[in-house]
Ligand binder design. Structure first.
Ligand code: CP
Ligand code: NVA
Length: 331
Protein backbone atom coordinates (compact mmCIF):
# COMPACT_ATOMS: atom_id res chain seq x y z
CA UNK A 1 0.00 0.00 0.00
CA UNK A 2 1.64 3.25 -1.09
CA UNK A 3 0.19 6.67 -0.23
CA UNK A 4 3.42 8.65 -0.52
CA UNK A 5 2.89 12.03 -2.19
CA UNK A 6 -0.90 11.56 -2.40
CA UNK A 7 -3.40 14.23 -1.41
CA UNK A 8 -6.16 13.53 1.12
CA UNK A 9 -9.12 15.45 -0.26
CA UNK A 10 -12.16 13.16 -0.03
CA UNK A 11 -12.96 9.72 1.41
CA UNK A 12 -14.18 8.68 -2.04
CA UNK A 13 -10.67 9.11 -3.47
CA UNK A 14 -9.49 6.03 -1.53
CA UNK A 15 -10.22 2.32 -1.86
CA UNK A 16 -11.76 0.20 0.88
CA UNK A 17 -8.37 -1.40 1.53
CA UNK A 18 -6.59 1.94 1.75
CA UNK A 19 -9.10 3.33 4.26
CA UNK A 20 -8.89 0.13 6.30
CA UNK A 21 -5.10 0.45 6.31
CA UNK A 22 -5.32 4.10 7.47
CA UNK A 23 -7.45 3.00 10.43
CA UNK A 24 -4.94 0.25 11.27
CA UNK A 25 -2.02 2.69 11.16
CA UNK A 26 -3.98 5.14 13.35
CA UNK A 27 -4.53 2.34 15.86
CA UNK A 28 -0.77 1.68 15.97
CA UNK A 29 -0.06 5.39 16.50
CA UNK A 30 -2.58 5.47 19.35
CA UNK A 31 -0.83 2.56 21.04
CA UNK A 32 2.55 4.23 20.60
CA UNK A 33 1.28 7.55 21.96
CA UNK A 34 -0.29 5.87 24.99
CA UNK A 35 2.90 3.88 25.62
CA UNK A 36 4.99 7.06 25.43
CA UNK A 37 6.97 5.57 22.54
CA UNK A 38 8.99 7.99 20.41
CA UNK A 39 7.84 8.23 16.79
CA UNK A 40 9.68 11.29 15.53
CA UNK A 41 10.25 9.85 12.07
CA UNK A 42 10.28 13.14 10.17
CA UNK A 43 12.83 15.36 11.92
CA UNK A 44 13.76 17.15 8.71
CA UNK A 45 10.21 17.83 7.48
CA UNK A 46 7.87 20.81 7.88
CA UNK A 47 4.17 21.31 7.24
CA UNK A 48 1.85 24.32 6.88
CA UNK A 49 -1.70 24.25 8.21
CA UNK A 50 -4.02 26.91 6.76
CA UNK A 51 -7.37 27.82 8.31
CA UNK A 52 -9.89 30.12 6.61
CA UNK A 53 -12.39 29.02 9.28
CA UNK A 54 -11.87 28.63 13.02
CA UNK A 55 -10.97 25.27 14.60
CA UNK A 56 -9.95 23.64 17.86
CA UNK A 57 -9.68 19.89 17.18
CA UNK A 58 -8.54 19.87 13.57
CA UNK A 59 -5.91 22.55 14.08
CA UNK A 60 -4.55 20.96 17.28
CA UNK A 61 -4.65 17.44 15.81
CA UNK A 62 -2.68 18.43 12.69
CA UNK A 63 -0.27 20.42 14.83
CA UNK A 64 0.35 17.85 17.58
CA UNK A 65 0.49 14.99 15.06
CA UNK A 66 3.14 16.99 13.22
CA UNK A 67 5.16 17.58 16.41
CA UNK A 68 4.81 13.93 17.48
CA UNK A 69 6.26 12.93 14.09
CA UNK A 70 9.17 15.33 14.69
CA UNK A 71 8.10 17.97 12.15
CA UNK A 72 8.03 21.75 12.22
CA UNK A 73 4.51 23.15 11.88
CA UNK A 74 3.43 26.62 10.68
CA UNK A 75 -0.16 27.67 11.48
CA UNK A 76 -1.74 30.29 9.23
CA UNK A 77 -4.91 31.69 10.77
CA UNK A 78 -7.99 33.04 8.94
CA UNK A 79 -6.28 36.40 8.40
CA UNK A 80 -2.64 35.29 8.45
CA UNK A 81 -1.93 34.79 4.75
CA UNK A 82 -2.46 36.59 1.46
CA UNK A 83 -4.16 33.53 -0.02
CA UNK A 84 -7.29 34.27 -2.03
CA UNK A 85 -7.37 38.05 -1.53
CA UNK A 86 -3.88 39.23 -2.50
CA UNK A 87 -2.38 36.09 -4.00
CA UNK A 88 -4.10 33.38 -6.02
CA UNK A 89 -4.47 29.84 -4.73
CA UNK A 90 -2.27 28.62 -7.58
CA UNK A 91 0.59 31.00 -6.70
CA UNK A 92 0.30 30.35 -2.95
CA UNK A 93 0.37 26.60 -3.55
CA UNK A 94 3.52 26.81 -5.64
CA UNK A 95 5.28 29.00 -3.05
CA UNK A 96 4.33 26.87 -0.05
CA UNK A 97 5.33 23.66 -1.85
CA UNK A 98 8.90 25.05 -2.04
CA UNK A 99 8.99 25.47 1.76
CA UNK A 100 6.86 22.66 3.11
CA UNK A 101 6.52 18.89 2.76
CA UNK A 102 2.74 18.92 3.26
CA UNK A 103 -0.12 21.44 3.45
CA UNK A 104 -3.40 21.19 5.36
CA UNK A 105 -6.30 23.44 4.39
CA UNK A 106 -9.65 24.18 6.07
CA UNK A 107 -11.90 26.55 4.22
CA UNK A 108 -15.13 27.51 2.60
CA UNK A 109 -14.90 25.84 -0.78
CA UNK A 110 -13.88 22.35 -1.85
CA UNK A 111 -12.53 23.94 -5.07
CA UNK A 112 -9.91 25.81 -3.03
CA UNK A 113 -8.44 22.66 -1.53
CA UNK A 114 -8.68 20.95 -4.93
CA UNK A 115 -6.78 23.87 -6.50
CA UNK A 116 -4.14 23.80 -3.78
CA UNK A 117 -3.66 20.10 -4.48
CA UNK A 118 -3.48 20.73 -8.22
CA UNK A 119 -0.74 23.34 -7.97
CA UNK A 120 1.27 22.14 -4.96
CA UNK A 121 3.48 19.16 -5.68
CA UNK A 122 3.39 18.04 -2.03
CA UNK A 123 0.50 16.26 -0.26
CA UNK A 124 -2.51 18.50 0.49
CA UNK A 125 -4.89 17.44 3.28
CA UNK A 126 -8.50 18.56 3.57
CA UNK A 127 -9.29 19.81 7.09
CA UNK A 128 -12.99 20.55 6.24
CA UNK A 129 -14.75 22.34 3.42
CA UNK A 130 -18.38 23.12 2.65
CA UNK A 131 -18.79 19.70 1.05
CA UNK A 132 -16.85 17.26 3.22
CA UNK A 133 -14.81 16.58 6.36
CA UNK A 134 -12.83 13.46 5.52
CA UNK A 135 -10.39 13.38 8.46
CA UNK A 136 -13.40 13.56 10.79
CA UNK A 137 -14.92 10.44 9.21
CA UNK A 138 -11.70 8.49 9.82
CA UNK A 139 -11.78 9.35 13.53
CA UNK A 140 -15.49 8.53 13.74
CA UNK A 141 -15.02 5.08 12.27
CA UNK A 142 -11.99 4.39 14.46
CA UNK A 143 -14.20 5.24 17.46
CA UNK A 144 -17.08 3.08 16.22
CA UNK A 145 -14.75 0.16 15.77
CA UNK A 146 -13.29 0.60 19.27
CA UNK A 147 -16.71 0.86 20.89
CA UNK A 148 -18.71 -1.59 18.76
CA UNK A 149 -15.99 -4.19 18.16
CA UNK A 150 -16.22 -4.29 14.36
CA UNK A 151 -17.63 -2.28 11.47
CA UNK A 152 -19.14 -4.36 8.64
CA UNK A 153 -22.90 -4.84 9.03
CA UNK A 154 -23.27 -2.16 11.70
CA UNK A 155 -25.71 0.75 11.22
CA UNK A 156 -24.80 4.41 11.61
CA UNK A 157 -27.66 6.91 11.77
CA UNK A 158 -26.91 10.59 11.21
CA UNK A 159 -29.79 12.67 12.55
CA UNK A 160 -30.27 16.35 11.72
CA UNK A 161 -28.71 18.44 8.95
CA UNK A 162 -28.03 15.50 6.65
CA UNK A 163 -26.85 17.63 3.74
CA UNK A 164 -23.79 18.95 5.57
CA UNK A 165 -20.09 18.24 5.13
CA UNK A 166 -19.82 15.76 8.03
CA UNK A 167 -22.78 13.71 6.83
CA UNK A 168 -21.37 13.57 3.28
CA UNK A 169 -18.07 12.10 4.48
CA UNK A 170 -19.83 9.67 6.82
CA UNK A 171 -22.03 8.40 3.99
CA UNK A 172 -18.92 7.82 1.86
CA UNK A 173 -17.01 6.12 4.68
CA UNK A 174 -20.03 3.94 5.57
CA UNK A 175 -20.35 2.75 1.97
CA UNK A 176 -16.63 1.96 1.84
CA UNK A 177 -16.56 0.11 5.17
CA UNK A 178 -19.75 -1.95 4.69
CA UNK A 179 -21.71 0.03 7.29
CA UNK A 180 -25.42 0.78 6.72
CA UNK A 181 -26.02 4.54 6.65
CA UNK A 182 -29.27 6.23 7.62
CA UNK A 183 -29.51 9.96 6.87
CA UNK A 184 -32.46 11.04 8.98
CA UNK A 185 -33.63 14.65 8.71
CA UNK A 186 -36.10 17.00 7.06
CA UNK A 187 -36.37 16.65 3.28
CA UNK A 188 -35.30 20.29 2.83
CA UNK A 189 -31.90 19.29 4.24
CA UNK A 190 -31.51 15.90 2.55
CA UNK A 191 -28.13 14.82 1.14
CA UNK A 192 -27.53 15.91 -2.44
CA UNK A 193 -28.44 13.54 -5.27
CA UNK A 194 -24.80 13.67 -6.40
CA UNK A 195 -23.38 12.32 -3.13
CA UNK A 196 -26.05 9.61 -2.96
CA UNK A 197 -25.35 8.63 -6.58
CA UNK A 198 -21.63 8.39 -5.83
CA UNK A 199 -22.03 6.34 -2.66
CA UNK A 200 -24.90 4.03 -3.63
CA UNK A 201 -22.97 1.72 -6.01
CA UNK A 202 -20.12 1.48 -3.49
CA UNK A 203 -22.56 0.49 -0.74
CA UNK A 204 -24.14 -2.13 -3.00
CA UNK A 205 -20.72 -3.58 -3.80
CA UNK A 206 -19.91 -3.78 -0.08
CA UNK A 207 -23.24 -5.30 0.96
CA UNK A 208 -24.63 -2.33 2.91
CA UNK A 209 -27.45 0.14 2.46
CA UNK A 210 -28.00 3.90 2.33
CA UNK A 211 -31.37 5.10 3.60
CA UNK A 212 -32.53 8.70 3.39
CA UNK A 213 -35.59 9.36 5.54
CA UNK A 214 -37.52 12.00 7.45
CA UNK A 215 -38.84 9.37 9.84
CA UNK A 216 -37.00 8.89 13.15
CA UNK A 217 -38.74 5.55 13.68
CA UNK A 218 -36.52 4.07 10.95
CA UNK A 219 -33.69 4.03 13.54
CA UNK A 220 -35.72 1.82 15.83
CA UNK A 221 -33.93 -1.37 16.78
CA UNK A 222 -31.31 -0.96 14.03
CA UNK A 223 -28.98 1.95 14.84
CA UNK A 224 -25.68 0.96 16.48
CA UNK A 225 -24.52 4.57 16.52
CA UNK A 226 -26.48 7.81 16.47
CA UNK A 227 -24.55 10.82 15.19
CA UNK A 228 -25.50 14.45 15.08
CA UNK A 229 -23.84 17.77 14.28
CA UNK A 230 -24.63 21.46 14.74
CA UNK A 231 -27.72 22.78 12.99
CA UNK A 232 -25.84 25.66 11.38
CA UNK A 233 -22.36 25.04 10.04
CA UNK A 234 -19.37 27.38 9.95
CA UNK A 235 -19.83 29.96 7.23
CA UNK A 236 -23.62 29.66 7.05
CA UNK A 237 -25.72 32.78 7.50
CA UNK A 238 -26.68 33.41 11.16
CA UNK A 239 -30.05 34.63 9.91
CA UNK A 240 -30.88 31.00 9.22
CA UNK A 241 -31.02 30.00 12.92
CA UNK A 242 -34.80 30.48 13.15
CA UNK A 243 -35.51 28.39 10.06
CA UNK A 244 -33.07 25.64 11.09
CA UNK A 245 -34.55 25.41 14.58
CA UNK A 246 -37.99 24.95 13.06
CA UNK A 247 -36.72 22.32 10.63
CA UNK A 248 -34.53 20.41 13.07
CA UNK A 249 -36.07 20.63 16.54
CA UNK A 250 -37.85 17.32 16.04
CA UNK A 251 -34.48 15.71 15.28
CA UNK A 252 -32.72 16.59 18.55
CA UNK A 253 -30.95 13.52 19.92
CA UNK A 254 -32.68 12.67 23.19
CA UNK A 255 -32.57 9.74 25.62
CA UNK A 256 -35.82 8.46 24.08
CA UNK A 257 -34.12 8.38 20.69
CA UNK A 258 -31.07 6.59 22.14
CA UNK A 259 -33.40 4.04 23.74
CA UNK A 260 -35.01 3.37 20.37
CA UNK A 261 -31.62 2.36 18.97
CA UNK A 262 -30.02 -1.07 19.45
CA UNK A 263 -28.94 -2.03 22.97
CA UNK A 264 -25.39 -0.75 23.50
CA UNK A 265 -25.76 1.93 20.82
CA UNK A 266 -23.32 4.82 21.10
CA UNK A 267 -23.70 8.56 20.59
CA UNK A 268 -21.26 10.42 18.33
CA UNK A 269 -20.74 14.11 17.52
CA UNK A 270 -17.84 15.74 15.69
CA UNK A 271 -17.96 18.68 18.17
CA UNK A 272 -18.21 21.52 18.99
CA UNK A 273 -21.74 20.92 20.30
CA UNK A 274 -24.58 23.05 21.65
CA UNK A 275 -25.79 20.76 24.43
CA UNK A 276 -25.97 23.45 27.16
CA UNK A 277 -25.78 27.22 27.59
CA UNK A 278 -22.03 27.41 28.22
CA UNK A 279 -21.20 29.11 24.91
CA UNK A 280 -21.99 32.61 23.68
CA UNK A 281 -23.72 31.27 20.54
CA UNK A 282 -25.98 28.97 22.59
CA UNK A 283 -26.83 31.88 24.91
CA UNK A 284 -27.69 34.12 21.93
CA UNK A 285 -29.94 31.40 20.49
CA UNK A 286 -31.47 30.90 23.94
CA UNK A 287 -32.27 34.61 24.21
CA UNK A 288 -33.80 34.74 20.74
CA UNK A 289 -35.57 31.39 20.54
CA UNK A 290 -35.74 30.07 24.11
CA UNK A 291 -33.85 26.80 23.49
CA UNK A 292 -31.62 25.48 26.26
CA UNK A 293 -30.21 22.59 24.22
CA UNK A 294 -29.96 22.23 20.48
CA UNK A 295 -28.92 19.20 18.42
CA UNK A 296 -28.44 16.93 21.47
CA UNK A 297 -29.65 17.00 25.05
CA UNK A 298 -27.09 17.48 27.78
CA UNK A 299 -28.25 14.17 29.25
CA UNK A 300 -27.23 12.22 26.11
CA UNK A 301 -24.02 14.21 25.65
CA UNK A 302 -22.89 13.40 29.20
CA UNK A 303 -24.16 9.80 29.21
CA UNK A 304 -22.19 6.54 29.25
CA UNK A 305 -23.27 5.98 25.64
CA UNK A 306 -21.56 9.16 24.51
CA UNK A 307 -18.19 8.50 22.84
CA UNK A 308 -17.54 12.11 21.87
CA UNK A 309 -14.26 12.61 23.72
CA UNK A 310 -12.77 9.32 22.45
CA UNK A 311 -13.84 10.52 19.03
CA UNK A 312 -12.10 13.88 19.55
CA UNK A 313 -8.92 12.12 20.73
CA UNK A 314 -9.00 9.87 17.68
CA UNK A 315 -8.73 12.95 15.45
CA UNK A 316 -5.08 13.08 16.55
CA UNK A 317 -4.27 9.46 15.77
CA UNK A 318 -6.10 9.33 12.43
CA UNK A 319 -4.66 12.65 11.23
CA UNK A 320 -1.21 11.41 12.25
CA UNK A 321 -1.78 8.31 10.11
CA UNK A 322 -2.72 10.52 7.14
CA UNK A 323 0.36 12.74 7.62
CA UNK A 324 2.64 9.73 8.07
CA UNK A 325 1.36 7.66 5.14
CA UNK A 326 1.43 10.51 2.65
CA UNK A 327 4.86 11.81 3.73
CA UNK A 328 6.79 8.62 4.42
CA UNK A 329 9.67 7.97 2.06
CA UNK A 330 8.91 4.60 0.52
CA UNK A 331 11.95 4.44 -1.73
N1 CP B 1 -14.67 18.42 14.69
C1 CP B 1 -13.94 19.48 14.28
O1 CP B 1 -13.55 19.58 13.11
O2 CP B 1 -13.67 20.38 15.25
P1 CP B 1 -12.95 21.78 15.04
O3 CP B 1 -13.89 22.65 14.26
O4 CP B 1 -12.67 22.28 16.42
O5 CP B 1 -11.69 21.55 14.25
N1 NVA C 1 -20.75 20.86 10.07
C1 NVA C 1 -19.86 21.56 10.96
C2 NVA C 1 -18.73 20.67 11.38
C3 NVA C 1 -17.75 21.28 12.32
C4 NVA C 1 -16.66 20.35 12.71
C5 NVA C 1 -19.34 22.82 10.30
O1 NVA C 1 -19.00 22.78 9.11
O2 NVA C 1 -19.28 23.84 10.96
Amino acid sequence: MNFTGKDFLRILDFSEEELRYMLDVAKKFKEMKHAGQNHKYFLNKNIAIIFEKTSTRTRCAFEVAGYDLGMGVTYLDPTGSQMGHKESIADTARVLARFYDGIEFRGFKQETVNDLAKYADVPVWNGLTDSCHPTQALADFMTMEERLGSLPGKTLAFVGDTHNNVSNSLMAMSAKMGVNYIACGPSALRPSDEIIAECQPIAEKNGCTITVTEDIKVLSGVADAIYTDVWLSLGEDKEKWGERIQQLQAYRVTMEMMQMARPGAIFLHCLPSFHDLNTSIARDVNEKFGLTEMEVTNEVFESEQSAVFDEAENRLHTIKAVEYLTLVDNK
